[in-house]
Design a protein around this ligand. Structure first.
Ligand SMILES: *Cc1c(COP(=O)(O)O)cnc(C)c1O
Length: 393
């Protein structure tokens, strides 16, 4: 039977890729993914049971990214989520129910705590923050209904390095799931599962994406039971990801190692230079002794990355510091990090009961610019500060 042109144009039979080989990973889109016959129809999120049931559960591109993140983190399973924050949310929804108790370090990524105290509180899940420098002493905070403990090491903005193995031992003794936000080390500088973690999440937005142009997250685990719980929750929450974004993340993965190696060197160089400045009181970089948990970093990490914070001297506090930031030209002002561009953002009066730094805390992310140019930029911003002060007197 001859068809109309409209029908022929819509025929969903693409040119078969047989015989075509390329180094690029194909971007395979699809909401509907076809079954071979009526008897094959099954709605199941698990690609080991039904390879392609629906685009939400995965296309070859999104599953390829999941597989490579699992390889990177030394996990057995990985889910890709729409962002790092979605990855955090997925862990709560997979493991917690009304009446459960969760422990989150005070140094956790802000929106993780906001999610916990707002949405999860409304669902009857009680979340308690703890001092990230607690190691085995976290045992005193465990209750009969404690279900999940979060670690984030180093923590956001205040950079505390946690004793993850000690906390893991306590968690396992009490049958509690230990989840880690592993974004800082990106699976390269910290081996989560070797240190006792059950579930490791990453904001792929940061180093895996690596170019400030996508939002994605990952949740990895070694446990088959956790895999089932996470897969079920991800499917019910409809956490779909774009194959186009996943293909960008796959490209980012190819240069992850060289970028991190370079960023590690530049960042240490600049952090050490800042430490010599009279305007600076402390540099919170895990590889430098000022950072709480520095000894733990030496014990457990194989490297350091591009994000760190500076506690400025009292005479630089508040407005002077904001003016200093505004004078920087190469350092751009904005959230997130891990791309090729150097960034800076004030973190004034953030929610910290232990080790508060008031209006003197600034976070830096070092990019791939030449270090000499970055230091020259910081220097001109410091010098102009002196000049303004001089004129005012
Ligand atoms: C950025 C970040 C997230 C959230 O990632 P998004 O992809 O922006 O949602 C979570 N945890 C940490 C430690 C982060 O730095």
């Amino acid at each position: 039977m001859s068809r109309h042109i409209q029908t022929s144009l819509l025929d969903p039979t693409p040119r078969a890729p047989d015989g075509f080989r390329s180094l690029a990973i194909a971007t395979q889109r699809g909401s509907t993914t076809l079954f071979a016959s009526a008897r094959d129809v099954r709605d199941d999120w698990c690609p080991e049971r039904v390879p392609y049931a629906y685009g939400l559960h995965g296309t070859p591109t999104t599953l390829e990214l999941a597989e490579r993140i699992a390889l990177l983190e030394n996990a057995n399973h990985c889910f890709i989520t729409p962002g790092g924050q979605a990855a955090l949310a997925l862990v709560y929804f997979a493991f917690c129910a009304s009446g459960d108790h969760v422990l989150v370090p005070e140094s956790a990524y802000g929106p993780n705590k906001d999610l916990a105290h707002d949405l999860l509180a409304r669902l009857g899940i009680s979340v308690q923050t703890y001092d990230p420098m607690l190691g085995a002493d976290i045992a005193a905070l465990i209750r009969p209904n404690t279900r999940l403990i979060w670690c984030e090491s180093p923590g956001s903005a205040t950079m505390e390095v946690q004793d993850v193995p000690a906390i893991a031992a306590v968690a396992h003794e009490h049958g509690v799931v230990l989840a880690l936000d592993n974004t800082y080390g990106s699976g390269v500088f910290f081996d989560a599962f070797a240190h006792g973690v059950d579930v490791s999440i990453q904001a792929l937005t940061k180093y895996v994406g690596g170019h400030s142009d996508l939002l994605l997250g990952s949740v990895s685990t070694r446990s088959a039971a956790h895999y089932e719980a996470l897969g079920q929750a991800r499917s019910l929450l409809g956490m779909a990801v774009s194959p186009d974004d996943c293909s960008l993340a796959l490209r980012g993965l190819q240069t992850l190692w060289v970028r991190l190696e370079h960023l590690q060197k530049s960042t240490l160089h600049i952090a050490q230079w800042l430490k010599t400045r009279p305007e600076v009181e402390r540099v919170l970089h895990p590889a430098l002794p000022d950072c709480p948990g520095h000894e733990l970093w030496k014990r457990d990490f194989t490297g350091s990355s591009s994000v760190f914070s500076v506690v400025f001297a009292t005479q630089m506090a508040g407005d002077l510091l904001l003016d200093f930031i505004d004078r920087l030209a190469l350092f751009k002002i904005g959230f997130s990090w891990g791309g090729v561009t150097s960034l800076v953002a004030p973190h004034f009066n953030i929610d910290r009961d232990v080790r508060p730094y008031g209006d003197r805390l600034v976070r830096f992310n070092i990019g791939l610019e030449h270090v000499d140019d970055l230091i020259a930029d910081l220097e001109q911003a410091f010098n102009a500060n002196k000049k303004t002060k001089g004129e005012a007197q």
